[in-house]
Design a protein around this ligand. Structure first.
Ligand code: DON
Length: 347
């Protein structure tokens, strides 16, 4: 009789504990969705900034497009707005090509050939290269500005342009967890108007950052910038970085866990160009923007987030994306520098 009572009590305890755990999980989930919804309604009617137009196809993208997605470690996607329409990934691709080079050739390859320092100048600055070369004596830029990014693309190995491309798109696919493809109108539009990047490619070759075939490097770079992604893809790519390089849905290791901190460090240093310091000051989040209107941000071990909204500020960063990510991250305690309760352990 006593043991039956005990069994019942134990059963009841398990039921209550499970209900509490489920309740906590559900309330955490509704907390994430509530933060996403709140940011969406707060900024839905904000129409500051302007689409990039130096690439003519970008000027034609609907400036009202606004989508937010957050992906957590269990692969759950919390979304608001239009998270299905694709925009070109643009500079956000620089993160993943850099990741590929780090994965294949080690973190020192990027550090020695390109550098990992902020330039404090615009993303397509030629002066930054001149300054690094003449005054600093070498690799003092980074793979997230155009000269460093075209160089990183040139470092991906392959016997033909197609072989190199297969590696670049394959890496983007692994991070996104699906097969991505190029937006041909953007690729054509940028190829027709990218004389400045062609010049940058040549300059990087003249200064021996790029070892061969600068025209191919610039073309492949242009192609990678034209990859079509939506807010969900970008959030999944960010989440893959947030969870040790492993895609939370497919389970595929896109890059090894050991290499993730190098990628995040460059994003923290230079992800929002000359506004990177300001961004880090307010969010603490490694992030990357693109002139297509996307921004990704990573809260390590916590979540990946992305927003797509084409109108940009003067530095070339999406205005609504910056605001929405900042608010959502604050609501979810995303700032890694604000972490409490972590202790160093020796093993
Ligand atoms: O090379 C360019 O100018 C573009 N394909 C990418 C620039 C970019 O996204 C800068 N982003 N903020």
């Amino acid at each position: 009789m006593v043991s039956r009572v005990r069994r019942h009590a134990a059963f009841l305890l398990v039921v209550v504990a499970s209900a509490v755990a489920l309740g906590l999980t559900l309330s955490a989930q509704s907390g994430v969705q509530a933060a996403v919804n709140a940011a969406f309604s707060r900024y839905q009617n904000l129409h500051e900034g302007k689409n990039a137009d130096y690439i003519p196809a970008l000027a034609k993208v609907d400036p009202n497009l606004f989508g937010i997605a957050v992906v957590t470690g269990d692969g759950r996607v919390y979304a608001a707005g239009d998270t299905r329409t694709e925009v070109s990934i643009q500079s956000i691709s620089k993160v993943f090509t850099m990741a590929r080079v780090i994965q294949d050739q080690g973190p020192e390859s990027i550090e020695k050939r390109i550098g990992v320092d902020a330039t404090g100048m615009r993303f397509n600055s030629i002066v930054s290269v001149e300054f690094a070369k003449k005054s600093l004596g070498g690799p003092e830029i980074n793979p997230l500005v155009n000269p460093g990014a075209i160089t990183a693309t040139s470092m991906v190995q392959g016997n033909t342009s197609d072989e190199v491309w297969a590696k670049i798109i394959g890496t983007h696919n692994d991070f996104a967890g699906r097969q991505l493809s190029i937006l041909q109108d953007v690729y054509k539009s940028e190829s027709d108007t990218n004389q400045r990047n062609q010049a940058i490619g040549m300059l990087m070759y003249a200064y021996e950052y790029i070892k061969s075939n600068p025209a191919q490097a610039t073309d492949l770079y242009t192609r990678q910038c034209s990859i079509g992604v939506n807010a969900r893809d970008l959030a999944m790519m960010a989440a893959t970085l947030a969870f040790g390089g492993r895609n939370p849905i497919t389970g595929k290791q896109a890059i090894s866990t050991d290499n993730v901190p190098y990628v995040l460090a460059v994003m923290a240093t230079a992800g929002l160009y000359d506004d990177s310091g300001k961004w880090l000051y307010h969010t603490g989040l490694p992030a990357k923007s693109g002139v297509g209107g996307g921004i990704i941000a990573v809260s390590p071990g916590n979540f990946g987030i992305a927003v797509v909204s084409p109108p940009l500020d003067d530095a070339g960063n999406s205005i609504r994306a910056q605001k929405a990510i900042r608010d959502i991250s604050n609501a979810l305690n995303g700032n890694p520098y604000a972490a409490t309760g972590r202790r160093a352990t020796a093993n």
